[in-house]
Write a protein that binds this ligand. Structure first.
Ligand SMILES: Nc1nc2c(ncn2[C@@H]2O[C@H](COP(=O)(O)OP(=O)(O)O)[C@@H](O)[C@H]2O)c(=O)[nH]1
Ligand SMILES: [Mg+2]
Length: 216
């Protein structure tokens, strides 16, 4: 196990999938599950599977969860911090690809293969991706992806503010502001798991514009 890799897994009512995700992820580093005040057995199952569990007393959303996890990861001296979902959408066995790439850069995003997704989702993703990169000054292949690797020293400098899904673009904005060296790696991606839609993407983009304009 690589002690300086910290894997942050935000989780909200994910009792079905969290244990297997944690067990697989543990092969690659210390696992931190942020339980966002789940109403089910998420925390217990994550702990039993070997994760350090940090629990929110109220539901704070994905952004708050990730920020809690980042603080814990830095406290545990994570030299490289990985983020991935608890719902089984991301395969921890893709982590080695991130660790390989991050050796020569500061931020790696996992690019999903959207070729089998419905057209509207692909089109929306393509447009949002291009617009997000343009505003943030980045050249990432999949700005909305929740599977990432961040060098700890870069993460320490990030000023993250988002509470909910906007955290994805909040991170991308900081990648651009800090002029981090980036890379993208392909990740396995099952077609359609529950989650965000096109409107969340639009909301994220509006959030990014507000950050760019200094309103947030
Ligand atoms: N939906 C939701 N997910 C949360 C929340 N807090 C943490 N999460 C976790 O954040 C991750 C991403 O959420 P998900 O709904 O899968 O988003 P998507 O993968 O971007 O469609 C999952 O592992 C959730 O369990 C929350 O308040 N709401
Ligand atoms: Mg998901």
């Amino acid at each position: 196990m690589n002690a300086e890799v910290a894997i942050v897994i935000p989780a909200y009512n994910e009792e079905e999938s969290v244990a297997s995700v944690v067990r697989n992820a543990r092969k690659y580093g210390s696992v931190i599950v942020v339980d966002d005040c789940s109403k089910d057995m998420t925390a217990e199952r994550a702990r039993k599977a070997g994760a350090v569990v940090v629990r929110h007393e109220t539901n704070g959303g994905l952004g708050t969860s990730l920020r809690t996890g980042f603080a814990k990861a830095l406290e545990m001296r994570g030299g490289v911090v990985i983020t991935l979902d608890a719902d089984g959408q991301h395969d921890p066995d893709d982590i080695p690809k991130f660790l390989e790439e991050i050796r020569s850069c500061d931020f790696v995003i996992g690019r999903r293969d959207l070729s089998r997704y419905p057209f509207v989702k692909r089109f929306g993703n393509f447009f949002l991706n291009a617009a997000t990169n343009l505003v943030a000054g980045t050249s990432l292949k999949d700005t909305e992806s929740g599977f990432r690797a961040i060098r700890g020293s870069a993460l320490e400098k990030m000023r993250l503010k988002a509470s909910r899904y906007e955290i994805a673009v909040d991170i991308v904005y900081e990648v651009g502001r800090l002029k981090l060296k980036t890379a993208s790696v392909p990740v396995r991606s099952p077609v359609y798991v529950k989650g965000v839609g096109v409107w969340d993407g639009v909301r994220n983009f509006l959030y990014l514009l507000k950050r760019k304009l200094g309103i947030i």
